[in-house]
Design a binder for this molecule. Structure first.
Ligand SMILES: [Ca+2]
Ligand SMILES: [Ca+2]
Ligand SMILES: [Ca+2]
Ligand SMILES: [Ca+2]
Length: 654
């Protein structure tokens, strides 16, 4: 039998994990081993530089924050960089605050400049007040001090400062006093004393409404004080809403971020925005800025509800639209549920420190209750107008929930969906074949119910009014059927929901854009259905388009892809990395022209949720340089339900 050489670096593989191994066992400790993922934008030159390793996470966070205030300069340096979504600034600054101390020298100073309060007397770049500006005495109330200047482009009138103070005190009274949320964390003597500081600045020139920011910090602790900044007049935004109304919505929203940071400044950003946008309507019910985002949620049930904007197919404002989800929960369970949610997310010592979806499941009573609730949320959105308190008010902002398939029932119909991700739904519309209404039967074949499968029938009355919602009982394998009637109904909608709350590798991988910085465990589900007039339906059959079930492998790459191992210190080695999301037995081999050169790893049992780096210096097991040429690095990951194979190339030039 031929004996294969083992490459020199093979033994290092298992030793070079980039993350700390999480404790095994039934009750893993909630110790975070990574920072929250960087909030994503649509892919651009900066995200490319991060992906390719040209920027570290901290450097990326710095450049992304610079792009908020100095987009032109960042574009000069990097090329096609997106204009950041102005409403994401709070999170872009949060990402930088968490990583400032990973930067050195001039970069760290630049980060501190960006995160400095506007009165810091900043330089030439337009962040904060000009050093020459005349500072007025702050306007202070019981809980809040408003700071402003009386000249330069940032100037505000005393009247506007007083309005700003009254607004923030009003917001405090509602969010903390009435609704019972924790007050923003006291900031010591910053801004003069421990009261919350709000700085008036000319923000709308940068298309910003306002933001709250934490100072640079190295957790723990995760609860952090914040300061806030709002515009000096909102002159550039006045339109349907007055300047005061814009200030009200902005203050209610941004102040709630300061509240959130007093619970957990590292919490999932999507739940921060969903609950802050929801909060706008709790404090200033008549402004209704939040309605403009509702369609982001209701009209896109096929996108995972915990997606950040610009990821996973979600539009930029998607997480703001999820205020509708929070409103659903508040209408069904009372507004107090949102406070109890943040008490679950709380990361101060001794608190539960759940992550977003985990906290929602816990306040609802566990994953089964969460599943039922999420499926019901998808079902009421079939006719949002009839469910939500403001659903029927003009202007009407609720877009219809789209039907992904439509059938007029005649002969047996069948259909199938593939690629159904966690916390998303697919809707199938059935209408009667003729005016003669009668019974019809629907059968569904979904994934195992442990993967979050839920099916619901929503019957819409011909004369309008609230629809009737009923759950189709599923067996453990995800099969179920139900007989319904078209009598008095204009349409019956089958809602197929993936309500999975399972994530692997929470807080362990170096970088994901998902809930808990982990990986959803039940993506790409396939569902099929059938329907027929009468009391029986044909077997819906196996869903088509089921995706492979091998262990998930991402970001398999080598940098650099070409090495010149001549000892001159330039490109003598390459770093090969891959992210393994699921536990697997991994073989990593080196092949040239179809012939095996050797192994980096051979059937190694590796834990999911880690990035595995291997450094290769172009030598074989005997320590000799390999020949010039292009080599293939093959990765095979074998899991309990399948195998995943990937390959990349490395070129050696001697
Ligand atoms: Ca203060
Ligand atoms: Ca302004
Ligand atoms: Ca309202
Ligand atoms: Ca938390």
């Amino acid at each position: 039998m031929r004996k294969f050489a083992i490459l020199t670096m093979a033994a290092l593989l298992a030793l070079s994990l980039t993350s700390i191994v999480a404790p095994a066992g039934a009750t893993p400790a909630k110790t975070r081993t990574s920072l929250p993922g960087l909030v994503a934008v649509e892919p651009d030159a900066l995200s490319e530089a991060l992906d390719e390793g040209r920027l570290t996470q901290a450097e990326y966070a710095l450049e992304r924050a610079r792009s908020v205030f100095e987009l032109g300069e960042v574009r000069d340096e990097f090329g096609a960089v997106q204009r950041p979504e102005p409403r994401s600034v709070t999170w872009i600054l949060r990402d930088l605050a968490l990583r400032t101390y990973s930067l050195d020298g001039a970069e760290r100073e630049a980060a501190k400049d960006i995160l400095a309060r506007p009165d810091g007397g900043i330089d030439s770049d337009g962040i904060g007040w000009n050093t020459s500006a005349t500072k007025a005495s702050p306007e202070c109330g019981v809980h809040v001090c408003v700071h402003y200047v009386t000249d330069t482009s940032d100037q505000a009138t005393t009247a506007w400062a007083k309005t700003t103070l009254a607004t923030f005190e009003d917001v405090w009274a509602t969010e903390v006093g009435v609704l019972g949320f924790r007050a923003p964390k006291a900031d010591g003597t910053k801004g003069g004393d421990a009261r919350l500081d709000v700085y008036i600045d000319d923000l709308d020139v940068d298309s910003l409404y306002g933001y709250c920011s934490v100072a640079p910090f190295s957790p723990p602790p995760w609860d952090q004080p914040a300061y806030c900044s709002v515009d000096n007049d909102y002159a550039r935004f006045v339109g349907p809403n007055t300047a005061v109304e814009i200030l009200q919505a902005t203050a209610a929203h941004e102040f709630f971020h300061a509240v959130q940071f007093a619970y957990d400044a590292g919490e999932d950003a999507w739940v921060g925005e969903a609950t802050a946008t929801w909060m706008e309507d709790q404090v200033y019910d008549s402004v209704n800025d939040n309605r403009g985002y509702a369609a982001n949620s209701i009209s896109q049930p096929q996108i995972s509800a915990d997606s950040w904007g610009g990821t996973n197919g979600a539009p930029q404002m998607f997480p703001y639209g999820q205020w509708v989800w929070m409103e659903y929960l508040a209408q069904v369970h009372g507004a107090d549920l949102i406070r109890r949610l943040w008490e679950r997310l709380d990361a101060i010592s001794g608190a539960p420190d759940d992550y977003s979806v985990e906290g929602l499941a816990n306040v609802l009573g566990g994953s089964a209750a969460f599943s039922a609730s999420f499926a019901d949320f998808a079902a009421v959105n079939v006719d949002a107008r009839s469910f939500y308190a403001e659903g029927s008010e003009a202007p009407y902002f609720y877009a219809p929930s789209p039907r992904q398939a439509r059938h007029t029932l005649g002969p047996d119909v069948t259909g199938s969906f593939a690629g159904v991700d966690h916390l998303s739904s697919r809707l199938v519309s059935f209408t009667p074949p003729d005016a003669a209404a009668g019974q019809f039967t629907v059968a569904v074949n979904m994934s195992d119910t442990t993967r979050g499968s839920r099916a619901t029938l929503v019957s819409l009355p011909s004369g309008g009014g609230a629809p009737a919602i009923r759950t189709i009982d599923l067996d453990a394998s995800g099969y179920g059927q139900a007989t319904a009637t078209f009598s008095g109904m204009s349409e019956v909608v089958l809602v197929l929901t993936n309500s999975s709350t399972r994530y692997s590798s929470c807080t362990k991988l170096a970088q994901t854009t998902r809930t808990c910085n982990g990986s959803p465990a039940d993506e790409d589900q396939a569902y099929s259905y059938s329907a027929a007039v009468g009391t029986t339906a044909i077997d819906p059959g196996q869903p088509t388009g089921e995706t492979p079930v091998g262990p998930r492998v991402e970001n398999f790459k080598a940098a650099p892809e070409v090495i010149t191992p001549n000892g001159d210190g330039r490109k003598d080695k390459t770093k090969i990395v891959f992210d393994l999301l699921d536990d697997a037995n991994v073989t990593l081999s080196l092949v040239r022209n179809g012939s095996l050169v050797g192994y980096f790893a051979r059937d190694e049992a590796l834990a999911g949720g880690y990035r595995y780096p291997i450094v290769w210096d172009g030598r074989n097991a005997g320590g000799r340089l390999v020949k010039s040429g292009t080599y293939t690095v093959k990765l095979k990951a074998v899991g309990p339900t399948g195998t995943t194979s990937r390959k990349i190339s490395v070129t050696v030039r001697r």
